[in-house]
Design a protein around this ligand. Structure first.
Ligand SMILES: [Zn+2]
Length: 203
């Protein structure tokens, strides 16, 4: 905790001090470029891997970058998506999976069935289809199985997002693009493997 407290002070004394007018301007409101949905994993830092500033990304994070279908859980994910589309009018939704994802690894190993992980197990059930699609494709080894499932999970969660009426409406009006990314932490590469492209120029 000491490291975090020192970091807070250093932020105020250096980063904030040097860009004080910029940070103060943020208090006037936000107009983010995109809703960025990714895993809670500490090794994935959205603003770092996209080199964006405060105010540019509206971020939603959870274990496995999972979005339950509309009305399936009535939780924070639904509220965040409705706010991003209905109030902030974001033009892009990005779902970004990542290599070595522990959530997807748990999904594949079945270790989430232990009673201590009851809620984790329920949560990862929203990604079960991704696992089944991967098994149907008969990957050669566990490494390939994990990457395929991470990618299939991104694809599946984007399908869930399309079940939200506000999202479906914005897509129909050509006001919203959906994107699927795979971030490889070993190489720093981001593979943009899904891109509906209507508003790419405004990203
Ligand atoms: Zn993860």
């Amino acid at each position: 905790m000491e490291r975090l407290l020192k970091g807070m002070q250093r932020f105020k004394d250096t980063v904030f001090h040097e860009k004080q007018s910029f940070f103060q301007s943020l208090s006037e409101g936000q107009n983010p470029r995109a809703l960025f949905i990714t895993c809670s994993d500490s090794r994935v830092v959205p603003t770092l891997i996209t080199q964006t500033e405060p105010g540019e990304l509206f971020v939603l994070r959870n274990a496995g970058n999972i979005i339950p279908p509309y009305l399936a859980s009535n939780g924070g994910e639904e509220a965040t998506i409705e706010y991003a589309i209905g109030v902030l009018h974001v033009k892009h939704i990005i779902v970004c999976g990542h290599s070595s994802c522990g959530a997807i690894d748990h999904l594949l190993s079945g270790e989430v069935d232990h009673s201590d992980n009851h809620i984790v197990s329920q949560w990862l059930a929203y990604a079960e289809s991704a696992k089944q699609i991967t098994e149907a494709l008969e990957p050669d080894n566990n490494e390939q199985r994990l990457e395929l499932t991470i990618r299939n999970n991104v694809r599946m969660q984007l399908k869930h997002i399309e079940t939200y009426p506000c999202v479906a409406k914005a897509i129909a009006k050509k006001e919203l693009d959906l994107h699927g990314w795979y971030y490889c932490m070993e190489t720093g590469d981001i593979d943009v493997f899904i891109n509906t492209s209507v508003n790419t120029a405004t990203a």
